[in-house]
Design a protein around this ligand. Structure first.
Ligand code: PLP
Length: 655
């Protein structure tokens, strides 16, 4: 079984083996400069011409121009510059050119950004006009009709990268009929998935990108209709017939040529019908695994290779993480915004409710997908659903009750839960409004009753007569800190096991708690998770040498068979993966439960070596730093996490 299933084809694709070979051959054997007149150069030129001719045949470019460039962002740039220069010149000559630069509301950001940039640089003062899309994601043709008489340039896309929605290009062409407006159609997501016959349309400019269809990054093409205005973006040695200077990326051209050859021979890639069948299977698996799932675009209007969906109660990050843990790579909305938690502007433009646009996941594959990959993906999707269910993340699903101390964080502020699984009672300390829904759902799903909601700034919500409060079998004691603050101490065997201190300083607790009482702050302080009076007295040296690479981990596990591997990813990531380093079973202790578990580890007589790990090494670094500072010296973490250290991937059921 492969360890990774790549379902993010709209962001980029792997390189087709034939394309890799073609690029290698080009770099090794046919390294000539196509502008050189000697035989080596002529061979390179012959290949350049052959790939261009093949692309022209496939795209039906007729007498139009087709130039190679670095990709679609450059193609869009060149088209925008060409159109805007022409509009400026025509206006100067007294022609009525219209004042609007019209672009679809769901265009890739490269389009409005380029329009704004060149409009400003060329001093044209034209007005950018966002063309709305309907609920189905297609351009609003009535809205286009309303502005067409004043449109100088119209930019639309053939298919959307986030939703896969295929535009009604004929409908747009009909509205533009008779208008002098120039028209660019971003064809990036269409290549290899939709039939194109460019010269038989009124499209003036069509940018393409190789890396969306199994060619490497850094190679693209721009089609310019015969007679459409053109201004080079890059001037120099006059390559590409003067349309785009700079020595051609011949390895990229050769690779793209191999992909185009595969497209032309018709046997390498799946047919539209096969792709549709694959998508149906994936869609069914998703619906079964994730109750309440909503598809964010009508499938019948979308490319057969794209699914965009949201699941009530789950953020895109949670979904991405659980998929990633199961070895399935998907993305949140568009690749560019995946790092940010911003809602998708594409789904917003379609008028979808905020919860859907802010929690969307895109699953996309390329036409090279095969039966085995889809079957494997469906199985893993089912595993993700099960992992979310057993972790209590799906509505109505009951997880094994949490017990002890749990930390929840929003924007650097911490809310703490003290839970007693035996008595099903819970106290919440410093609850934040943003977490209310999540806490209520958690308590409801696990059958807990709320014993108290406490604040470290205000004691008025304390429900007991004296300073002691029972939370099931557990006992909380309140203590004043100075005139206005409070701390809550959770009773332990000899000394309080935890103290919830809000914004108080650790030393404020000096005479109230023991050296090893875990001090749980209300804000993200410099120390991760929690601290103690002992930790505060440690010097920085206690945190040196915390990282293990794969070889060091192997050696440590050989030397210490009792060493414990601790997965600090969320419970659902652990459940979806269970791929512990070196094939060893691992304990699941998400960072949110570290403060609870740390007390047990510190209290244990035989302190076994602990090796924390997560996906990237960031969460495990926090965990090990916390444990080292608390005085647990036999603690390390896996540098670079499962993703970069190369030690993950052996599936073992967790203990
Ligand atoms: N247009 C669309 C629809 C895209 O999906 C992308 C890629 O993200 C681009 C333009 C930019 O392409 P490139 O990465 O080749 O610059």
């Amino acid at each position: 079984m492969s360890t990774e299933i790549y379902l993010d084809g709209n962001a980029t694709t792997a390189v087709l083996p034939a394309a890799m070979q073609a690029a290698l051959h080009m770099m090794g054997e046919r390294y000539g400069n196509p502008s050189s007149t000697h035989s080596t150069g002529m061979k390179a030129k012959a290949l350049l011409d052959a790939v261009r001719a093949r692309a022209a045949r496939l795209l039906g470019t007729g007498n139009g121009r087709l130039m190679f460039n670095s990709g679609a962002t450059e193609g869009i740039q060149t088209a925008v510059l060409s159109a805007l220069c022409a509009i400026g010149e025509r206006r100067e000559q007294g022609e009525a050119v219209g004042s609007l630069l019209v672009y679809g509301a769901t265009e890739h950001k490269a389009v409005p950004e380029s329009l704004a940039h060149w409009n400003r640089l060329l001093g044209l003062n034209l007005t950018l006009h966002k063309l709305p899309v309907g609920h189905d994601g297609r351009h609003d043709l009535a809205a286009l009709r309303a502005v067409v008489d004043d449109a100088a340039f119209v930019c639309t896309m053939a298919a959307n990268n986030e939703t896969g929605i295929v535009s009604d290009i004929e409908g747009i062409a009909a509205v533009l009929a008779g208008s002098p407006a120039l028209w660019m159609v971003d064809c990036v997501q269409a290549l290899g998935k939709l039939q194109l016959d460019l010269a038989n349309t009124r499209i003036d400019y069509a940018p393409f990108s190789g890396h969306k269809l199994y060619a490497p990054k850094g190679i693209g093409m721009l089609y310019v209709r015969e007679g459409a205005p053109f201004t080079p973006l890059i001037m120099g040695g006059g390559q590409e017939s003067g349309l785009r200077s700079g020595t051609e990326n011949m390895a990229g051209v050769a690779a793209l040529g191999a992909v185009l050859a595969a497209l032309e021979d018709g046997t390498t890639f799946r047919t539209h019908a096969q792709l549709e069948q694959f998508r149906t299977r994936l869609a069914n698996s998703l619906q079964q695994a994730l109750p309440g799932l909503a598809f964010n675009a009508p499938l019948e209007l979308a490319l057969p290779t794209t699914l965009n969906f949201s699941v009530p109660g789950l953020s895109s990050k949670e979904l991405l993480d659980v998929f990633d843990a199961a070895g399935v790579r998907v993305s949140a909305g568009s690749a560019c915004s995946a790092a940010k938690a911003a809602p998708s502007y594409v789904l917003d433009a379609m008028g979808l409710p905020h919860w859907r646009s802010s929690s969307a996941v895109r699953l996309s594959f390329g036409p090279l997908a095969d039966e085995a990959m889809i079957a494997d993906a469906c199985q893993r999707i089912a595993r993700c659903g099960e992992a979310l269910r057993v972790s209590g993340m799906l509505s109505g699903a009951a997880a094994a009750p949490l017990d002890g101390v749990v930390q929840l964080s929003v924007n650097g502020a911490h809310t703490w839960l003290v839970l007693d699984a035996a008595g099903l009672q819970c106290a919440v300390i410093d609850p934040q409004a943003e977490l209310a829904e999540r806490i209520n759902a958690l308590l409801k799903a696990q059958g807990y009753t709320l014993a108290a909601q406490l604040s470290t700034r205000d004691g008025s919500s304390w429900p007991a007569q004296d300073d002691v409060l029972s939370v099931g079998r557990r006992t909380l004691r309140r203590v004043p800190i100075g005139a206005r603050k409070l701390a809550y101490l959770l009773e332990g065997a000899a000394q309080p096991s935890h103290a919830f201190i809000g914004s108080a300083e650790p030393h404020d607790l000096a005479r109230l708690v023991g050296e090893d009482t875990l001090l749980c702050p209300g804000q993200e302080a410099c120390q991760p998770c929690c601290t103690s009076l002992r930790a505060e007295a440690q010097d920085a040296a206690c945190c040196s040498g915390m990282e293990l690479d794969s070889a060091a981990l192997e050696a440590l596990l050989r030397q210490h068979p009792d060493a414990c591997l601790v997965d600090v990813r969320e419970a659902y990531e652990h459940a979806a993966d269970s791929a512990a380093p070196m094939g060893r079973a691992a304990l699941s202790v998400p960072l949110s439960r570290l403060a609870g578990e740390a007390a047990n580890w510190l209290a244990s007589e035989r302190q076994p070596p602990l090796v924390f790990f997560c996906r990237s090494g960031k969460r495990s670094e926090k965990a090990v730093e916390c444990m080292r500072r608390l005085g647990y010296r036999a603690a390390w973490h896996l540098e670079g996490g499962l993703a970069l250290s190369g030690v993950g991937g052996t599936l073992v059921l967790a203990a």
